[in-house]
Design a protein around this ligand. Structure first.
Ligand SMILES: *Cc1c(COP(=O)(O)O)cnc(C)c1O
Length: 464
């Protein structure tokens, strides 16, 4: 039999024994498990939930299938940040074996990182637990220069694409370079922006992957969770030591909910990406958010757009573009008016992404506010950037909602009886295609006039 697709594996759980034949694996909301024997060779799989819990095991098995590894190489923990903390503590911070006088391990990370990652690395650097350096990982040569300037690099933390600027790091090339220079340098990839469905960094030379399962994997913004996936058992054992020692393993209830969330990852991510594709093209072509020789301030950033400078590179090692995009108005005030517009009914002004609901935010005031404004400036972080995280709603509703808010914020206006959208900030005009991108009705898709003759069973690519 051919191997099952990832979508199918996430829906169908591995066989589990249950006294009542329950279809859904039960929630073992229990901290302790009665021992039937005191003999060591009769040791049972579970004794105390800090060390292991059957419901957590199920979610770890499912994530293992997503990444194509054995389930003992996967750990579900209490958040995405916990995942990074555990990885650094178990595999990096103890790597200087030279005693107290040894220099702290050197970690190189991107310069456009998730805010929490930045905060944790800064904390470790401040306590001399690690020396954290930052490099633009989307610029291979610059990364090589930073790497080669160090006497030794113990760990590299990579993230691609970045959020919300959507910079792409060439992960296959970077990881090959790092391993060729020093095979002991631990390569860690934060795969939250893609999820295991779109990318598997274990396919190239990365040692440990983690994801904030709070985002796509769970998808409903009702739990915090993180997952760690290691390349091999030796790394897994070290990670397990910290999980078991500290008790940061995912709780039974959250594990149970995450198993449920994972079942719909395939359809959710498909629809979210479809919506993001339609919106990004619409913002760029209809609403005028694109660079022109006269005005470079307005732009739409999304790795799914051909105009993205790394469109091909991203596509070369990912199966999808994700559902996070951003655009710049060139004006902080206009962006702020848009995000605070009372006309937004669907787009929730919220941090985070990956949820079934669509979210809008102004990163420099929200998710990235913790980064020092001076540092944001130095890293050319645009203060006017608006981030959109697409959910699974009807795309036409999402467009109408955003258009109303853009009109309210004095950014665009509709002309020619609504046939044209005029961007007041750069003077560009585009055809108003709002509402044209809806997924086709299932009957039309199969039996539409042009398909009637073929009765095609094949689902066509939905039209943008
Ligand atoms: C959200 C996020 C994290 C942190 O995950 P939490 O579950 O919020 O702790 C780490 N990296 C990226 C890219 C994220 O988006």
């Amino acid at each position: 039999m051919t191997d099952l697709s990832l979508q199918t594996k996430l829906v169908s759980l591995p066989a589990h024994k249950d006294q009542h034949g329950a279809s859904v694996p039960p929630l073992y909301q229990s901290t302790t498990f009665r021992q039937t024997s005191l003999d060591e060779d009769a040791a049972q799989a579970y004794d105390y939930t800090r060390s292991g819990n059957p419901t957590r095991t199920i979610v770890q098995q499912q994530v293992a299938r997503l990444y194509g590894v054995d389930s003992d190489q996967v750990f579900a923990v209490s958040s995405g940040m916990t995942a990074l903390d555990v990885i650094l503590r178990s595999l990096v911070l103890n790597s200087s074996s030279g005693g107290a006088s040894a220099p702290p391990p050197t970690v190189i990370a991107g310069d456009d990182l998730y805010g929490g990652t930045q905060r944790l690395l800064t904390f470790l650097g401040g306590r001399a637990h690690a020396r954290a350096l930052h490099a633009d990982t989307s610029d291979f040569d610059r990364f090589v220069a930073v790497f080669d300037a160090q006497p030794r690099v113990d760990c590299v933390v990579l993230e691609s694409p970045t959020n919300p600027i959507c910079k792409v790091a060439d992960l296959p090339r970077l990881t090959a370079f790092v391993k060729q220079r020093n095979k002991d340098c631990l390569i860690v990839v934060d795969n939250t922006m893609m999820s295991g469905l779109n990318a598997n960094p274990l396919d190239f030379q990365c040692d440990v992957v983690y994801e904030s399962a709070t985002k796509y994997l769970n998808g409903h913004h009702d739990i915090m969770a993180g997952v760690i996936i290691t390349r091999n058992r030796a790394l897994a054992q070290q990670v397990y030591f910290i999980v078991n020692s500290t008790g940061c393993g995912l709780s039974p209830l959250e594990s149970w909910l995450l198993v449920r969330g994972l079942k719909t990852l395939g359809v959710r991510l498909y629809q979210q990406q479809h919506n993001a594709m339609v919106l990004a093209h619409w913002l760029e072509s209809s609403c005028g958010f694109r660079r022109t020789p006269q005005n470079k301030a307005l732009v739409t950033r999304y790795v799914g757009l051909r105009s993205h400078p790394q469109f091909q590179l991203h596509r070369s090692f990912n199966r999808g573009p994700g559902a996070v995009l951003s655009f710049e108005t060139g004006s902080f005030e206009h962006s702020k008016r848009l995000v605070t517009s009372k006309r937004l009914r669907i787009w929730a002004v919220t941090v985070s992404f990956g949820c079934v609901n669509s979210l809008i935010s102004m990163p420099c005031k929200m998710s990235h506010a913790a980064i020092d404004p001076k540092l944001r400036k130095q890293r050319e972080f645009p203060e006017d950037i608006v981030r959109l995280c697409c959910g699974i709603e009807n795309i036409a509703d999402l467009q109408h909602d955003l258009l109303a808010a853009m009109i309210d914020a004095d950014i665009v206006e509709c002309q020619d009886n609504g046939k044209t959208i005029f961007n007041k900030l750069n003077g560009l005009r585009g055809p108003n295609t709002t509402g044209k991108g809806a997924l086709p009705n299932i009957y039309d898709e199969f039996f539409g006039a042009h398909l009637a003759s073929t009765e095609s069973q094949v689902v066509r690519a939905p039209k943008l």
